[in-house]
Design a protein around this ligand. Structure first.
Ligand code: CA
Length: 337
């Protein structure tokens, strides 16, 4: 049975040239607003023939590096600088972003676990469905800006995936490198089926993701990397004039071959990480200790690296629960893909 059209409508004309700021309007009916709408900001900058790029942030609401960089870009991008069309959605999951949370307070929805979505589902499922069936088909290339959010801190990298189509994989990898973060990653996902990434890639589009810091904040350094990366992405794919600006140090390539890169806690307690982001790790090395907070004088549980590599992500809060990812270890490689 085919799905009904999305209930979301746009207040902008995606086919018009010039700069437009508007909303993706999602009807809701709540105690606070009987005939209301979730109003997701969108900016469209169009200028004649050319490719279409979709730039998204706030897929997870507490990942501020991308949100902030795209809010700034929406304020500054001029139509005459663009060839083709740039669509900017700084906060895909607006209710989550407004609440400072990864997931939506309206339905508990984690947008990046809700694809392809459902026009008859929850608010979050409706947003996912709109992007899958309306936004992505308009686009040639998609840049989805993530970072660690409140519970993770992650090295800055552009990322792509291993794909069945080698040409699509090559273009995404070149885009991930051209983002120009200090690191570039061939990413292994724990569960890819319901990701935005997969919804875009399955339509044959070029998809680049990022991780750019974390802790539920941004810093001058993380924002500078993000803003430069967005600009580099648009230049690389022909939407802006100029030269891609790479980092001063040679970019480090990272690979995550399998799930053993993820170290997850089997204890609840106080977390001590013995390494900083970017540090080299050897297999068998103690990378973390978890202390039982109910008593003093008890030896902590040690967590050891199950592979060589560098620490690319870490849990940000000092308190850890069963199942939390404590650390992610990726391999440094000479080339990707
Ligand atoms: Ca994220």
């Amino acid at each position: 049975m085919s799905k009904r059209p999305s209930p979301i409508s746009a207040t902008v004309d995606f086919d018009a040239d010039g700069v437009q700021h508007g909303f993706l309007k999602l009807p809701i009916s709540t105690d606070e607003s009987a005939w209301g709408a979730v109003m997701i900001p969108v900016t469209v900058v169009g200028n004649g023939e050319g490719p279409t790029a979709l730039l998204t942030g706030g897929n997870h609401g507490d990942e501020y590096e991308g949100i902030t960089a795209l809010m700034k870009l929406a304020n500054s991008l001029r139509a005459e600088d663009v060839r083709g069309r740039v669509i900017i959605v700084p906060m895909m999951n607006l209710p989550a972003a407004m609440a400072g949370k990864r997931t939506s307070p309206m339905d508990g929805g984690n947008l990046n676990r809700s694809f392809p979505g459902d026009p008859d589902g929850s608010v979050t499922a409706k947003i996912a469905d709109y992007f899958t069936r309306v936004m992505v088909p308009k686009c040639d290339v998609v840049l989805d800006l993530h970072s660690g959010g409140r519970t993770l801190d992650i090295l800055p990298f552009g990322a792509s995936h291993v794909l069945e189509n080698p040409e699509q994989q090559r273009q995404a990898l070149e885009g991930a490198k051209a983002f120009g973060a200090p690191y570039a990653m061939m990413m292994f996902e724990l569960d890819a089926a319901a990701l935005f990434d997969t919804a875009v890639e399955s339509q044959g589009k070029v998809f680049v993701a990022t991780e750019l810091g974390g802790g539920g904040t941004s810093t001058p350094e993380s924002l500078a990397i993000t803003e430069r990366g967005v600009r580099n992405f648009l230049i690389h794919f022909g939407l802006l004039e100029g030269e891609v600006e790479m980092p001063a140090e040679p970019q480090v390539y990272l690979d995550m071959p399998d799930a053993s890169c993820y170290v997850q806690s089997e204890h609840t307690g106080l977390l001590e990480l013995t390494l900083a982001l970017g540090d080299t790790v050897n297999e068998g090395q103690v990378i973390a200790r978890v202390y039982d907070m109910t008593r003093s004088g008890a030896a902590p549980v040690e967590y050891r690296a199950s592979r060589d590599g560098i620490l690319v992500a870490r849990r940000f809060p000092a308190l850890v629960n069963m199942g939390d990812t404590i650390a992610v270890i990726a391999e440094v490689v000479d080339s990707l893909g």
